[in-house]
Design a protein around this ligand. Structure first.
Ligand code: UT7
Length: 328
């Protein structure tokens, strides 16, 4: 049997124009630019306007990825969107975007793995493409977390921003070949990062709204400790499966949650500062969108070149974690 590979052949992203600076947040909660910058690395983040939903950002990101891939919308055989902030609980954002861009009656679905969703999506795409089920598909990570941010909680509201990133995955290169991977979860820690109401367990009511339970609850320091370990373990497991030494890594493109977490991961991989792609200062934590946005910016700025070995790593709600190696 001829073995098949899966390649990233197009990337794209979209962020809304609205900017929230640290100075803006100083007017809302008891915080300071100095605290936010030194504890997180974030200087500003983007916020969608009232008329914009995740699907609007997704459509723009996908259009960019299609253009780079040289695909028409009807070339796409499937689209999957990782998000915790879809336009609606149903129908899916993926189906909305497939229709809006004219992709036809293809399979389209959303899935949820918090900030790890994009890596979960790449692993699904690798399985679909390498098995021969699809030749051309779109993987998206997108979130508008400012829609569910608790603006009274200084421990979390300073982190989040909105955005979407997309990749086109093909059975034909050249491109970034999807290599070794790792994914996992631990639901016993789920309560540390949770939107408590709005699902079947606690449907929306006046009480849930009054108690602010439709916004993000986060035990930041608990998540931080988990994140440092999960990011490192995901990288090492993915490298092992790939048969690649950490000394061969050219670039780390990780979930942009906190600069200190990214730095700790880079130190564990023994990477130099120029081998770590960072854009958290501009966008904050965009959840599922952070890796595909960073990947697109890294690719378009030539931080990724011919024969680059790139490590992706993420952690998020669930709790979930994952890693993947890309070979250009
Ligand atoms: O994508 C996954 C989503 N979640 C994450 O990635 C979160 C991971 N966690 C983090 O990034 C960090 O834990 C935070 C940035 C959220 C918090 O940083 P920290 O260094 O873990 O701070 P802390 O929660 O331990 O709080 C230290 C102090 C506390 O004051 P006291 O008790 O020492 O007096 C907090 O009340 O900092 C205080 N604090 C703040 N002060 C000014 C917490 N938030 C703020 C703030 N401004 N925004």
């Amino acid at each position: 049997m001829v073995s098949r590979n899966a390649y990233i052949v197009g990337t794209g992203h979209s962020v809304p124009e609205g900017v929230i600076t640290n100075a803006d947040l100083e007017k809302i909660v008891d915080t300071s630019d100095e605290w936010i910058t030194s504890r997180t690395g974030i200087k500003e983040r983007r916020k969608a306007d009232d008329d914009t939903g995740s699907s609007d950002l997704v459509a723009e990101a996908v259009s960019d990825a299609l253009e780079m891939a040289g695909w028409e919308p009807e070339d796409v055989q499937g689209i999957i969107v990782g998000t915790v902030t879809p336009d609606y609980p149903f129908p899916s954002t993926a189906a909305i975007v497939a229709d809006r861009l004219g992709m036809g009656r293809i399979p389209a679905y959303d899935f949820e793995a918090g900030c790890t969703a994009f890596i979960y999506g790449l692993i699904q795409a690798k399985a679909f493409v390498e098995s021969g089920m699809m030749d051309r598909m779109i993987v998206v990570g997108a979130d508008c977390l400012t829609r569910i941010t608790n603006w009274d909680d200084r421990g979390s509201c300073i982190l989040f921003g909105d955005g979407a990133g997309a990749v086109a995955v093909s059975s034909r290169g050249p491109g970034g070949r999807l290599g070794g991977w790792h994914w996992g979860s631990d639901g016993s820690l789920g309560q540390h990062l949770i939107q408590k109401a709005g699902g079947s367990k606690r449907p929306a009511s006046h009480e849930t709204v009054d108690r602010n339970e439709h916004t993000i609850f986060m035990n930041g320091s608990r998540i931080f400790k988990h994140a440092v370990r999960a990011m490192h373990d995901s990288c090492m497991e993915a490298l092992k499966k790939d048969g690649t030494e950490k000394s061969s890594v050219d670039l780390l493109v990780s979930h942009q949650a906190n600069l200190r977490i990214i730095d700790a991961t880079a130190r564990a991989l023994e990477l130099e500062p120029e081998q770590v792609f960072i854009n958290i200062q501009k966008y904050g934590n965009t959840s599922a969108a952070s890796i595909p946005i960073a990947l697109d910016e890294a690719y378009r700025s030539d931080a990724i070149g011919e024969s680059s070995t790139v490590v992706l790593a993420a952690f998020g709600a669930g709790l979930t974690w994952g890693g993947m190696i890309l070979h250009w």
